[in-house]
Design a protein around this ligand. Structure first.
Ligand code: FMN
Length: 235
């Protein structure tokens, strides 16, 4: 199959999405990966950008397509209105992107892809982060725990960071962080947490928006990226 997969700026379900992308590639499908601007940033923060990049790069319909290269009219998404893909998957999908889709807004790479897929009859699978009401456990990128930080005169973690992303005793600049985890090993006081779990509360408006998506023609809403596998057909 010729598959397009969009990633938005969500940390939740991100690793599970990348696992399914790898599976799709291993199964021999053509795979174009579309990243929203935030999707690119967040992939880097979780140390997953290169893994995703390495799943593409083999030429036509196997490219990594970045929002920042597409300017304002997103010409690459014309592929969807022309029906060039067999399937579009968006996973993970942020509350922001779901909110725009259900209100007919197309002003990012991913919202344009979904809009044009609707016009070109390309089947679309969407995996929203906000699926069910209630609390959700999710994973953070690297985080400096100030309670553990000993304010050392020389911060080993900051010295070791190849991106110079750490302001000692203050914070990690996540826009510089590439999620390599070197800082976690370098700090003798384990003051940098990687993959810390936190509980977040799903907002009612985001759950409502996800429910609106259930009635969209040509769109199927899935609770987890793994469920995409059911829609893959062997060549
Ligand atoms: C580390 C990190 C993790 C994030 N995780 C989520 C998330 O799980 N769900 C969500 O809706 N937004 C999340 N965001 C916020 C989105 O990235 C932000 O709303 C962004 O504007 C979404 O843009 P997009 O929908 O075009 O990708 C996260 C931001 C950061 C910095």
């Amino acid at each position: 199959m010729r598959i397009a997969w969009g990633i938005t700026g969500a940390g939740h379900l991100l690793e599970a999405s990348v696992d399914v992308l790898k599976y799709i590639k291993d199964e021999g499908h053509d795979l174009s990966i579309y990243l929203s601007g935030a999707g690119e940033e967040v992939l880097r923060m979780y140390g997953l950008f290169n893994k995703v990049k390495n799943l593409t790069g083999e030429g036509y319909y196997n490219e990594l397509i970045l929002e920042r290269d597409q300017e304002l009219s997103y010409p690459m998404t014309g592929r969807f209105s022309l029906g060039k893909y067999d399937l579009l998957v968006i996973s993970p999908t942020t509350s922001n992107t779901i909110g725009k889709i259900v209100n007919g807004i197309a002003d990012t790479l991913i919202t344009n892809a979904v809009t044009q897929a609707g016009k070109g009859n390309v089947k679309t699978l969407i995996v929203p982060v906000d699926f069910e009401a209630g609390d959700l456990e999710t994973v953070l990128p690297s985080k400096l725990e100030l309670d553990e930080c000993q304010q050392c005169e020389v911060c080993d973690a900051a010295e070791a960071c190849p991106q110079e992303a750490i302001t000692p005793g203050v914070e990690i600049n996540l826009l510089k962080c590439k999620g390599c985890g070197i800082c976690q090993q370098a700090c003798p006081y384990s003051a940098i947490a990687g993959g810390k779990k936190i509980t977040i509360h799903m907002r009612e408006i985001d759950i409502e928006n996800t429910h609106k998506l259930f009635n969209f023609d040509g769109v199927k809403v899935l609770s987890e990226p793994e469920k995409v596998k059911k829609y893959l057909k062997k060549e």
